[in-house]
Design a protein around this ligand. Structure first.
Ligand SMILES: *Cc1c(COP(=O)(O)O)cnc(C)c1O
Length: 462
């Protein structure tokens, strides 16, 4: 049975803690040294120098005792591992896709999918870009086109489904290039780069109608499909009494296949897959996976990882889990809003996104305000966040920088890891940094890798 959060009742966690991981507390002097040797890039910090780690929700989830027990049932056969069949059953039962190709993580699936479906010069529309997704599309010869609604680029717009696709933008692309140039549309649930914003089923249904008319596939980036379903349950007419599991199944049924980073919603530390309904695409992908990942029954993962994923998929679809998961994110977001911190609204599913342009209006975008703010927050409290702005956006094929409208610092909340007290400490730190914001200066990039530069770039203060 689906449950709505009853206001004035807390969303307390539907679990208790069985094992704890001790954290190191550090001094401001220690952190100043650490961030400077990390080139002011929070990706280059050592984890042991971090107190509360909000770098990402990717692979940082706490597994349940059932998942840990599942690890012991790993069948480490090279071929035909029992755990592969468990995963295949879970993907069919909960997502409804016919064919499964496991991969070591989401980008492994993106690589294979892009190579199977994209030809040189093809157009790949998507509801805002994601870093690895777009790069694999481009490396396969495709050109990404953003078709998200305009509201998504405005951090103050309160549209309930800022992940929606603007069908007029899709139609314009079909008119301009012809449907044969568009092998598929990539639909993300929820949209990470827009601040974890959901897409509605109404929008996805309309897109399905349009794409069927033109013979264009829909491929879901289903990395956060359960969080997306939670917002549909809370906000979309007709879904208040549907379970997360039912909404997820319906979402997948409107698409032709999906790539999944199981390190997010599926509650594991490593893993992913490609799932499709078309047998021909499956056969090509299954052939390709042996080149890049491993045999088609393990895809770069150990048998135990496949088992943990199969169990995690089921746990991720519990209504109580999702109410507490997103409830914790909303708790933090509302505290920050009350403190006057400029964040992306509505609050998203997997984290809070601080609007660095409004937080540091004196720092120009070319001086990496979000990068500078992430470094300042770390120095203040040991809370590690990450940049989602001009550094993450990278450069176009012609070498020019992308200058995205959104210049954000992401506070990503790992699933089932931190407590409400941690959320309070985070709020206090951000409030303090906000009070001294005028002292924060921009940065200069002193080392820039060619691909996905945000991971390894180095900076120095101006
Ligand atoms: C993380 C992520 C990916 C890539 O998955 P990895 O497991 O990190 O390779 C793709 N799309 C979205 C929306 C993601 O958040």
């Amino acid at each position: 049975m689906a449950k709505k959060i009853v206001t004035k009742r807390s969303w307390a966690e539907p679990f208790k803690i069985k094992m704890v991981e001790l954290l190191k507390m550090t001094t401001p002097e220690h952190r100043l040294k650490a961030i400077s040797s990390a080139g002011y890039n929070t990706f280059l910090l050592r984890s042991e120098d971090v107190y509360i780690d909000l770098l990402t929700d990717s692979g940082t989830n706490a597994m349940s005792d059932r998942q840990w027990a599942g690890l012991m049932l790993g069948d480490e056969a090279y071929a035909g591992s029992r755990n592969y069949y468990h995963l295949e059953t879970a993907v069919k039962k909960f997502y409804g896709y016919k064919y499964l190709v496991p991969t070591h993580q989401g980008r492994g699936a993106e690589n294979i999918l892009s190579k199977c479906l994209i030809k040189e010069g093809d157009i790949i529309p998507g509801n805002m870009y994601f870093t690895t997704t777009r790069l694999h599309q481009e490396l396969a010869g495709g050109i990404f086109e953003d078709v998200i609604i305009d509201e998504a680029h405005d951090s103050t717009n309160l549209h309930p489904f800022k992940g929606n696709i603007d069908l007029n933008k899709v139609e314009a692309l079909i008119k301009k290039h012809g449907a044969s140039k568009i092998p598929y549309i990539c639909v993300a649930t929820t949209v990470n780069m827009a601040g974890g914003q959901p897409i509605s089923l109404e929008n996805l249904k309309a897109l399905r109608k349009l794409t069927l008319k033109h013979g264009i596939k829909i491929i879901l980036d289903m990395t956060r499909v359960a969080e997306n379903a939670y917002f549909i349950q809370q906000r979309e007419k007709g879904y208040a009494n549907k379970s997360i599991a039912a909404i997820v199944k319906e979402t997948c049924s409107l698409t032709d296949g999906a790539t999944m980073s199981a390190k997010k919603d599926a509650l594991v530390n490593i893993g992913g897959f490609l799932a499709v309904n078309d047998k021909k695409v499956f056969e090509e992908a299954r052939n390709m996976v042996v080149i890049y990942e491993g045999l088609h029954t393990y895809g770069g993962l150990a048998g135990r990882d496949l088992e943990a994923m199969a169990i995690g998929i089921e746990e991720s679809l519990s209504d109580d889990h999702m109410a507490a998961r997103v409830g914790q994110v909303i708790y933090l977001g509302e505290k920050l809003i009350d403190a006057g911190i400029p964040i992306v609204q509505p609050i998203g599913g997997h984290g809070i996104f601080i609007d660095a342009k409004r937080f540091l209006p004196h720092v120009k975008q070319a001086q990496f305000p979000a990068q500078a703010l992430a470094a300042a927050i770390y120095t203040d409290s040991g809370v590690r966040t990450m940049e989602r702005g001009v550094v993450s956006a990278g450069r176009k094929a012609n070498g020019e920088n992308y200058f995205p409208k959104l210049e954000l610092v992401r506070l990503t909340i790992p699933r089932r890891v931190y407590t409400q007290a941690h959320m309070d400490v985070i709020t206090e730190s951000i409030e303090h940094v906000y009070s001294i914001r005028k002292k924060i200066k921009g940065l200069q990039m002193v080392y820039e890798p060619k691909y996905l530069r945000f991971f390894q770039a180095r900076f120095k203060p101006l």
